[in-house]
Design a protein around this ligand. Structure first.
Ligand code: G6P
Length: 297
């Protein structure tokens, strides 16, 4: 596993066979002002382009520091390998967002090779002011199991629809925010015969994005054909921004697991996939090479 201090982005995660499990564009730029195109970017304090911030907020374009002395977390028994990072506002940030906060991110690797990301965001304002924020993590795929979910179509002015298709397949650009989704999502990569299981807490929504061919060509740090190898599925808190009063802390958690799958279309038993693995997750955004996503209720 590799974590950049720039953006606190997990840019590499490999399985026992040394296969890379996260997507990073061949055109990714690993320095400001662009966020790293791929890995697990963190969208905070805003997801998307609305509001006062740059697209997806500033957390993904700041240099984080290692947190030597983080407050204890109750659940550290399931892993021993981890790093704690912290982001605090710099002087210049107050121009964009006049709030004090501490954003702690723990990136952990379990003995079985799963990733756990735990975000803790605390309001440290001394002037008594509350703030709200939205938050997300990214992933890539054909999607099944979200068919009855409501979503806001970001390509149609965030109009609300209910998913009707039997499964989400990608034949054109997609950019949807599914709202109030289950906390467990399985992503099946047919080609690689691999299933990713995401267990998220604290993030009720999920964004699904693939730029498809035209937009891919228009994105400078994205290869023309890379849309064929990725799908972005982002556990997120978007519809209802998270409110924090001074002294309050929000925790979001994502557990990401990759297991071999023998999935054939229509035969997915997500419960078996899920319970066959040992996972639980908190997340903002992950990018992966996958071909199916299934939400599990
Ligand atoms: O190019 P970026 O700022 O990294 O955003 C990439 C994509 O992220 C999300 O999935 C949004 O829903 C999309 O609207 C956006 O295009």
């Amino acid at each position: 596993m590799q974590v950049y201090l720039y953006g606190a982005n997990v840019t590499s995660w490999k399985n026992d066979h040394g296969e890379e499990l996260l997507f990073v564009s061949s055109k990714a730029v690993f320095k400001p002002p662009k966020a790293i195109r791929g890995g697990i970017p963190i969208c905070f304090p805003q997801v998307g382009g609305l509001g006062n911030f740059e697209q997806h907020g500033f957390a993904r374009t700041r240099v984080w520091t290692i947190d030597q002395n983080p407050p204890p977390l109750q659940e550290s028994n399931s892993y021993r390998a981890f790093v704690d990072l912290i982001l605090r506002p710099s002087e210049g940030d107050f121009k964009f967002w006049p709030h004090s906060y501490e954003f702690r991110l723990r990136v952990a690797l379990t003995p079985g090779g799963d990733i756990i990301l735990i975000s803790r965001i605390r309001n440290t304002n001394r002037d008594g002011k509350p703030f709200t924020f939205t938050y997300a993590f990214h992933t890539e795929v054909r999607v099944e199991g979200l068919e009855t979910m409501d979503y806001l179509d970001n390509l149609k002015g965030k109009e609300r629809f209910t998913e009707q298709a039997d499964a989400l397949t990608f034949e054109s650009e997609v950019d949807k925010t599914y709202v109030s989704t289950p906390n467990k999502i399985a992503i099946i990569d047919h080609e690689k015969k691999r299933t990713y299981v995401v267990w998220k807490e604290g993030m009720p929504d999920a964004v699904v994005w693939n730029p498809w061919d035209k937009k891919a060509k228009a994105i400078a740090d994205f290869g023309d054909d890379e849309y064929k190898h990725m799908l972005c599925v982002e556990p997120a808190a978007i519809e209802d921004p998270i409110p924090l009063k001074p002294g309050e802390e929000w925790t979001g958690r994502m557990h990401l697991s990759a297991v071999p799958s023998s999935y054939c279309s229509g035969q997915l038993d997500p419960k078996r996939v899920l319970y066959g693995t040992n996972c639980c997750i908190y997340l903002i955004a992950v990018w992966q090479r996958v071909s199916t996503v299934s939400s599990i209720t």
